[in-house]
Design a protein around this ligand. Structure first.
Ligand code: NAD
Length: 294
């Protein structure tokens, strides 16, 4: 099976390399020639454009920042859609608005091309290890056809519903992570002001009910004050915007997500949008005039 891959950024590069390692022929395209060269060195063929990649592949994976980028990659001049024909499939693994996924699926169905949204969770280290989690929206038969391809990049691949359901699941994930980091930062602030070491609090409660993967992965960053990404605040703002737009569209009240968004906007106003999202702790440090470092 020939696989096209468009979008070779922090996530796309290692994901494409894992597909190659599993024996698939892969054709790649990105605006950044250095990213293309790196994946070609790992065994891919360089495509000239999205159109060229789609002409040469049976299934085309996209891994791009947000809905407008996916729309441009699909439908702009020389884009993927121009190289598609009946029977091919597009799998968009970007984290985008569920409504956008549904609209792309409709447009592509008109030319007999299948579409699935398959965003991922796990970040760069898991993309490199091939252990990301993939949450898929699409038809059962299309999923069955490409499940083993997706499994070359992942430790779990789950069909969660029709097209759009993958990105609904990803938004749920991003809401939980943002609110969780805020809750942890808030609790550590209380401990610090009360004269109890936040690290001692973490060690004491991490295996209890309050413990979480977020707590384990982000506490060390909070205690070291090292907010190198990881997952950038600007990308999390994009996800929370999509979550709020979606919840308002379908009339769901999401007050904690709104609060988490407000905190991230404040961090952006302080030029911290390139920091890891664990810099939410920095917001609590500012409003409480304290430092969470031990
Ligand atoms: P990135 O900004 O590092 O990479 C995006 C790549 O897309 C860039 O190389 C860019 O040149 C390319 N691109 C943009 N438009 C293009 C087009 N029209 N044609 C060809 N190439 C194009 O982003 P990333 O960190 O790899 O994230 C990609 C997606 O995965 C985002 O939706 C993000 O929210 C999601 N995600 C990221 C992480 C993470 O930890 N970075 C984790 C999970 C999910």
């Amino acid at each position: 099976m020939k696989v096209g891959f468009v979008g070779l950024g922090i996530m796309g590069k290692p994901m494409a390399k894992n597909i190659i390692k599993n024996g698939y022929e892969v054709v790649v395209y990105d605006f950044h020639e250095s990213a293309v060269a790196e994946v070609v060195a790992a065994g891919a063929t360089a495509g000239l454009s999205g159109k060229d990649v789609a002409e040469k592949s049976e299934v085309i994976i996209t891994m791009l920042p947000n809905s407008p980028n996916v729309e441009a990659a699909l439908f702009n001049e020389n884009g993927i859609a121009e190289g598609l024909s009946a029977g091919k499939t597009v799998i968009d693994m970007s984290s985008i608005a569920p409504k956008a996924s549904q609209s792309f699926a409709e447009k592509l169905a008109a030319i007999d091309v299948d579409f699935m949204d398959a965003p991922v969770s796990g970040g760069e280290p898991k993309a490199v290890d091939g252990t990301i989690a993939v949450m898929v929206g699409g038809k059962t038969d299309v999923f069955a056809k490409y499940e083993s391809l997706l499994a070359t990049m992942a430790s779990s691949v789950t069909l969660v519903g029709e097209v759009g359901a993958g990105n609904i699941t990803k938004l749920a994930n991003q809401m939980i992570v943002a609110v969780n980091i805020a809750a942890i930062s808030e609790a550590y602030s209380l401990a610090k002001k009360a004269g109890v070491s936040p690290d001692a609090v973490y060690q004491a409660i991490r295996s209890g009910l309050a413990g979480s993967t977020v707590m384990d992965q982000k506490s060390e960053k909070i205690f070291s004050g090292n907010f190198e990404p990881g997952f950038r605040i600007e990308l999390h703002i994009k996800d929370l915007q999509n979550a709020l737009d979606t919840s308002h569209d379908i009339n769901v009240s999401t007050p904690f997500t709104s609060l988490a968004m407000d905190i991230m906007q404040s961090l952006k106003a302080h030029d911290l949008e390139k920091c890891d999202h664990s810099a939410i702790a920095n917001y609590y440090e500012q409003i409480n005039n304290l430092k969470l470092q031990d």
